[in-house]
Design a binder for this molecule. Sequence first.
Ligand SMILES: Nc1ncnc2c1ncn2[C@@H]1O[C@H](COP(=O)(O)OP(=O)(O)OP(=O)(O)O)[C@@H](O)[C@H]1O
Length: 307
Amino acid sequence: MFLELKNTAIGYKTPLIKGVETSLDLGDICLLIGNNGVGKTTLIKSILHQISTLKGEIILGDKNIKNLSNKQIAEQIAVVFSKAPIPSNFTMIDLISLGKYIHYPYYFELNSADKEEVDEIIENLNLRQYRNFSLNQLSDGNLQKAFIGRALAQNSPMIILDEPTTHLDEENKIIILKLLRKLAKNQNKCILFSSHDWRLSKEFADKMWFIHNEKLEAGITEDILLKHDELLNPQLFHIDKEFIPPHIFAPSLEKEMLYSFLQKNFSKNLSAYKFEWKGTFWLISNHNFQQNCDSFADISRLIKNLH
Ligand SMILES: Nc1ncnc2c1ncn2[C@@H]1O[C@H](COP(=O)(O)OP(=O)(O)OP(=O)(O)O)[C@@H](O)[C@H]1O
């Protein structure tokens, strides 16, 4: 086991997460999810020993993190926080090269192998054309990638990323997630990353840590998701109190679409109606009528006529 949490409680004065009992190995890629404020960043800070655990132990390698210096932890774990301060007067290549300086005093000149590695990282992140841009000239997405590049240059066995795909468009999200998976599988790194964009992220993570009800539930991604269908089912938001939905019999996507369409357009009680999705059309009925509709435009006309 590379990282182990033993009966750990995590938080500030009072615990946010209790009884954490889990571990990660080298080669694992693990997605950390949970609602805003459940303690994901706090957990990451605890693993880095930036804050102390309230109870229990965190073991890194085979050592309790309490007995490791900041430098020793940085040799084991590179970290990318979503709200990192931007060093002024740095170019992108300077920032990425900084990852190498964890291994040297600051006045050292990087050797050619280090420089080649930095170039390779820039290439893998599709950042070549920006290598000499100053950081404040980069878009948010490219800046995010440059911080990820710095963590890669650190060459540590573990990388922790807090929301690495924020600010990135779909294409760049996939580049980053693919790269993280490749690092775990080809270079045997242990990767832990949090994401609110977990539907895409889950395609790349083998394991999942799901924080809810002050507990951390750990397991294979698909096992956790199947146990919690509230995560998979699209949420039907009840925003309009006047709106009472009809009985809807449809796959989850069609159900969600119908629900949001009706709620936005009809502030009424539709509970007397039944809407059934028949594959290519909706069958709409109540106790004294029945009608087919091919589209939401059709449904709209029908309901306007009925009321
Ligand atoms: N230094 C601190 N002292 C006390 N409480 C704090 C401190 N930092 C954060 N908190 C509180 O701890 C709780 C968890 O915060 P944390 O940032 O870990 O959540 P999170 O799951 O990462 O949320 P998000 O998804 O919004 O980033 C929040 O209620 C936050 O206000």
